[in-house]
Design a protein around this ligand. Structure first.
Ligand code: ZN
Length: 156
């Protein structure tokens, strides 16, 4: 388990740097990705490396088939259609807010084996990608939320 940084930690506000294929494929970085997955799976559906104090462009998203790592992810296309949904964040404990996101996005990234991938994400995964990619640019959902509610959801 890695330690999750919480707002207002300055690391969460940095723009993270891109990774090279050489860096991605090192055993150390592969181990880091596994730890990031374990950390996310405890309580979340997505996580970004800066949330554990590593300012590199790597995210994990819980996809329908399980958690997957995406390196240097970019949104190359966005739908005009927007959707409002309630978001929370491992780095902003106890707060939830309504955020407007694109319904569909096309993602270009590199997978954990260093291979280039491009695909369309829609519905809930599309929201997760937009939230996590924001983390890589130092943006938190509370910057975009129209309504913040404190601890709206009870965790049991
Ligand atoms: Zn988050």
């Amino acid at each position: 388990m890695l330690t999750i940084l919480t707002d207002p930690n300055p690391s969460l506000r940095e723009r993270s740097r891109a990774l090279s294929v050489e860096e991605i494929t090192t055993p150390e970085f592969q181990k880091f990705l596994d730890a990031l997955i374990v950390t996310m799976m405890k309580d979340g559906v997505g996580i970004a490396a800066p949330q554990v104090g590593k300012n590199v462009r790597a995210i994990v998203v819980l996809m329908p088939k399980g958690p997957e790592c995406f390196i240097n992810p970019e949104i190359t296309k966005k739908s005009e259609g927007m959707v409002d949904s309630e978001e929370g964040c491992l780095s902003v404990p106890g707060k939830f807010g309504i955020v407007s996101r694109h319904k569909k996005v096309t993602i270009k990234a590199v997978n954990r084996h260093g291979r280039r991938i491009e695909f369309e994400a829609k519905n809930f995964p599309a929201i997760i990608f937009q939230h996590e990619i924001d983390h890589l640019d130092g943006i938190l959902f509370i910057d975009k939320a129209t309504k913040i509610v404190k601890a709206a959801k009870t965790k049991i």
